[in-house]
Design a protein around this ligand. Structure first.
Ligand code: FES
Length: 178
């Protein structure tokens, strides 16, 4: 047997290069270290990363994959499956419009159309001035007071198009909603 044929590849774990800034990289690794021993740790880790960084950067995927011993494709698949996970940094304020049935029966369809037109963006987009990101949500537990929206951490009920504009205008003021 030749020396060449007796050589065997030694599997090594290579953590891929990432263009994450050092602070972001440290935040991702901290979340992974803290949560990876949970049963089914991927979703809690993705939530933790989004909480820490405001989104799940593409460059966080290889780090998370390496920490969990999963493929990048598996992580990427989960990030893209759940619309809740943002791939880009959100605006200063995030508005979620409820699209679930109870709200739809009392005007949420018209409210959604108004929100998109008024802000000039679609769901999963951010206004040009970086102030507002818009997203859908499926029930905020405020069904009796629909149509409902969530702006940052604040729940608003009975939101007419006019109230929507007023809420957004207030949020855009210096020191507005949060
Ligand atoms: S259906 Fe909109 S809050 Fe429940």
């Amino acid at each position: 047997m030749s020396q060449k044929s007796s050589l065997r590849a030694i599997p090594i774990r290579v953590e891929s290069a990432s263009s994450l800034a050092a602070a972001e990289r440290a935040a991702v690794l901290e979340v992974c270290t803290r949560l990876k021993t949970l049963a089914g740790p991927l979703l809690p880790i993705l939530h933790g990363v989004q909480r820490a960084l405001g989104h799940v950067p593409q460059d966080a995927v290889p780090l998370i994959a390496a920490e969990l011993n999963l493929s990048r494709a598996e992580i990427h698949g989960v990030v893209t499956f759940y619309h809740y996970f943002r791939k880009n940094l959100p605006g200063r304020h995030v508005v979620h419009v409820c699209r679930a049935e109870a709200c739809q029966s009392v005007g949420a369809v018209a409210l959604e159309a108004h929100a998109k037109k008024s802000l000039g963006i679609d769901f999963h987009q951010t206004t040009r001035d970086g102030s507002i990101s818009l997203g859908p949500v499926y029930c905020l537990g405020n069904c009796a007071l629909g149509p409902s929206i969530m702006i940052d951490e604040r729940l608003e009920g009975r939101v007419s198009p006019e109230r929507f504009d007023a809420i957004v205008a207030h949020a855009r003021l210096p020191g507005g909603t949060r």
